[in-house]
Design a protein around this ligand. Structure first.
Ligand SMILES: Nc1ncnc2c1ncn2[C@@H]1O[C@H](COP(=O)(O)OP(=O)(O)O)[C@@H](O)[C@H]1O
Ligand SMILES: [Mg+2]
Length: 250
């Protein structure tokens, strides 16, 4: 599904990603771990096509087609979903309306008609039931100070509605309380199929007690310095990241 080869990316002339190789197949969950500042969020942004970063070398393909030249919107329409913790704050726009707009934008890009009100309602009902999300939450305004758990609920709900092929969830290192962790874990586990894939970015091993990844990669200074299975996450929990610094990895 997603193939990244020798990816280098800069911001303001500073190299942040320093030769990333990563292959994600359908049906897989990949966890990306690593200390603060190692480039985890940058990798997510570069895959999603955020324009602040300049790709200087390497290749990213989705289903064997290069996406390097694609805008973030085009990538989204090809099934790449990047969670955003702080959705645009537009007064009076509800969680539901925001999602309706996203879905219809995506349909338009694919040359499809807008989804009818009835179908949309059915989908909203189905997905909120699937995830155990209170319907009241869906009518809440996006700009009404969401708690950590509510932000996650919003994010996971968007993911459920948009049914991306590849979901990238960047669990930024602060403020993930146990409620938020459970929302993410339950969402990912419920929405996972053999046809989609998840890249889960996390600083802490804790989330991986709830979501069992197929692969774990450790990022350090913009490079994957070690890959393994879930046991690697346990090892990191025990030993920290220092033993993996490139100078100590032979
Ligand atoms: N917009 C930016 N401008 C300048 N430097 C940035 C920017 N975003 C990230 N960086 C730098 O890139 C490095 C990696 O950051 P980031 O990808 O956020 O790491 P992580 O998510 O692993 O904590 C850090 O040194 C950070 O300071
Ligand atoms: Mg980060």
């Amino acid at each position: 599904m997603l193939k990244i080869k020798n990816l280098h990316a800069n911001i303001d002339g500073k190299e942040i990603l320093n030769g990333i190789d990563l292959t994600v197949n359908a049906g897989e969950v990949h966890a990306i771990m690593g200390p603060n500042g190692s480039g985890k969020s940058t990798l997510a942004s570069v895959i999603a096509g955020k324009e602040d970063f300049e790709v200087t070398e390497g290749e990213i393909t989705m289903d064997n087609e290069s996406i390097i030249e694609d805008s973030p919107e085009e990538r989204a329409h090809k099934g790449i979903f990047l969670s955003f913790q702080y959705p645009v704050e537009i007064p009076g726009v509800s969680v539901t309306n925001f999602i309706k707009t996203s879905i219809n934008e995506s349909r338009k890009a694919q040359g499809l008609e807008e989804m009818g009100a009835k179908d949309m309602l059915k989908l909203l009902r189905e997905k909120s039931e699937l995830l155990g999300i209170d319907r009241k939450f869906l009518s809440r305004s996006l700009n009404e100070g969401f708690s950590g758990g509510e932000k996650k609920r919003n994010e996971i709900f968007q993911m459920a509605m948009l049914e991306p092929k590849l979901a990238i969830l960047d669990e930024t290192d602060s403020g993930l309380d146990i409620d938020a962790l459970r929302v993410v874990a339950n969402g990912v586990n419920t929405l996972k199929t053999k046809d989609n894939a998840v890249i889960l970015i996390t600083h802490y091993q804790r989330l991986l007690e709830y979501i069992v990844p197929d692969y774990v990669h450790v990022l350090h200074n913009g490079k994957i310095v070690k890959s393994g299975t879930k046991e690697l996450a346990l090892e990191l929990e025990e030993k920290g990241y220092d033993w993996l610094k490139p100078e100590s990895v032979v």
